[in-house]
Design a binder for this molecule. Structure first.
Ligand code: HEC
Length: 366
């Protein structure tokens, strides 16, 4: 018996037999390079080869009462203490995650989560995907995190679902048509997944891809019975690109601005500079709405804004200074510049030094 066990052990471990641990690790890495997920806790896809994961995802504080209305809500359960034989005072809290959503990464420009229970896009982000360590386990110890094993999102979230289901069919909101039923996804010739779901007698499909500029999304809907499709969502700017019976294509602009880093600590910025501000202007997507050359876009140009006079829809006029610029980035709803739309600019939660860097950059655009 002992001999058999030893033999099995030898067979199982015959590959790295006689090698040191370091050598074994070296042999593993080519697999990770080939794209086997098992060894890579922060996998990324690309535009030509999207990475599609069916996984737990973070809720990111999405409201239960409308956005996640078809998800059942877990309840805390008592903790039993085997020592005393009694219920402990502490309780297990429900896992703060959305089960069996579909998370997709198309490289740095776009990651998103499409939920198969609500049959809608929940959120989208750039610059990262999911850090799967909590869920898949630690590479070295092989253990996943006990409870709270939802993967961590890292990157910059620029879109979050708000309110009831945004799609309506022949003028009826999907939220009022009863729970949608997910039927699956297919992969088109462009390799992007197309999600399909049913609601009542309607069959709807949706394709999600990066929009024409950074931090925008393009959504293409189609319905089998050629119904009239519409999309509307509070605090979200939607541009209809084309609309015919049974088809709807739109571009959505950012409605959120939250950065999440994964477990590794990101170096905090030591000293704010104009150069960092300039990089943030591009990477945070300010560029999508603010020009630097005086041209009018969705938002006012940043050229010459510092020190100039501003009129607002409701607030009293003021001269643009640092405090106002910071307020505009952190709480854009506080004041609305005359001639522009309230609620179009998303609020940005940044490090203090990032606000300061943006301030230095904006001041320098004369
Ligand atoms: C989706 C479009 C959009 C994005 C993205 C956006 N903004 Fe804005 N921004 C606006 C609009 C619209 C206004 C004017 C309405 C208002 O005051 O809320 C505005 C106003 C401002 C103002 C006040 C401008 C003035 O001249 O009075 C500043 C400063 C500003 N944004 C900075 C930023 C920065 C920095 C970023 C990126 C971190 C950014 N914005 C991203 C649309 C956007």
């Amino acid at each position: 018996m002992r001999f058999l066990l030893t033999l099995t052990a030898l067979l199982v471990y015959s590959h790295p037999f006689g090698e040191t641990n370091a050598q074994v690790k070296k042999q593993i890495s080519p697999y990770a390079e080939k794209g086997y997920l098992t060894f890579d806790l922060k996998p990324m896809g690309s535009q030509d080869r999207p990475l599609i994961l069916r996984t737990f995802v973070p809720t990111l504080g999405l409201p239960q009462n409308n956005v996640l209305q078809n998800h059942s809500k877990g309840l805390p359960s008592p903790k039993y203490s085997p020592g005393s034989g009694k219920e402990a005072t502490k309780q297990y809290q429900p896992i703060d995650g959305i089960p069996a959503a579909i998370a997709v990464n198309l490289g740095k420009p776009l990651s998103y989560v499409w939920d198969t229970t609500e049959c809608r896009l929940l959120y989208a982000w750039t610059d990262g995907f999911l850090d799967m360590k909590n869920y898949w386990g630690d590479r070295d110890s092989g253990r996943r995190k006990g409870f709270g094993y939802v993967p961590r999102l890292y990157g910059f979230v620029f879109y979050k679902a708000i309110g009831k289901h945004p799609v309506s069919i022949n003028g009826k909101s999907l939220s009022d048509l009863g729970s949608p039923k997910y039927s699956g996804y297919s992969i088109g010739s462009d390799r992007l997944p197309v999600y399909e779901f049913e609601t009542g007698s309607s069959k709807v499909s949706i394709k999600i891809q990066p929009g024409p500029s950074t931090q925008t999304l393009r959504l293409d809907f189609s319905s089998k019975n050629k119904e009239i499709l519409e999309f509307s969502s509070p605090s979200t700017q939607v541009e209809v690109k084309s609309k015919t019976a049974g088809k709807l294509s739109i571009v959505i602009r950012p409605n959120a601005g939250e950065r999440f880093s994964s477990e590794e600590k990101k170096e905090p910025i030591k000293k704010p500079t104009k150069e960092i501000g300039e990089k943030l202007y591009t990477s945070l997507g300010c560029i999508a709405c603010h020009s630097l050359d005086g041209g009018k876009n969705h938002g006012p140009t940043l050229k010459g804004s510092f020190g100039s006079k501003r009129q607002f829809l409701k607030a009293s006029p003021l001269i643009v200074d640092e405090a106002y610029i910071r307020e505009s980035i952190e709480h854009p709803m506080a004041k609305t510049v005359k001639g522009y739309l309230t609620g179009m600019m998303p609020p940005y939660k940044l490090q203090p030094a990032e606000y300061d860097s943006l301030n230095l950059f904006i001041k320098s655009i004369r």
